[in-house]
Ligand binder design. Structure first.
Ligand code: ZN
Length: 116
């Protein structure tokens, strides 16, 4: 064993792997909770305004919000079972940048575009 003193200081070690890459699981959870609260507030606002508003518009808005809420719930489930951050369509990682913008993104950009 020769002493290895040529490189002082700690070697740059890769950060421990988290399911989300850049964000820790608890950060993701917080963001998802925030998103959910926001949508629930929107849903309440739509329901309250709905009595006076055009029914069709209200239904469309409500469905859009409920769809996002479903995606948020699904993201919670993926976080739970460890599949969060992995695209179910191509099994590739979902880029952290995408998850930062859309923490409940179901799949990667390419697959999302293909599905749309
Ligand atoms: Zn994909």
């Amino acid at each position: 064993m020769s002493p290895d003193t040529a490189r002082p200081g700690p070697r740059p070690e890769p950060r421990p792997e988290t399911p989300t890459g850049r964000m820790a699981a608890h950060e993701v959870r917080q963001r998802l909770e925030h998103e959910r609260d926001t949508r629930l507030t929107q849903l309440r606002a739509v329901a309250e305004a709905g009595w006076a508003a055009d029914d069709h518009v209200m239904v469309v808005q409500k469905e859009a919000i409920q769809r996002v809420l479903g995606e948020i719930e699904a993201a919670f489930a993926r976080l739970q079972d460890g599949s969060y951050g992995v695209c179910p369509d191509c099994a590739g990682p979902i880029p952290a940048e995408r998850l930062e913008i859309l923490p409940y993104a179901r799949c990667c950009v390419a697959c999302g575009r293909r599905a749309a």
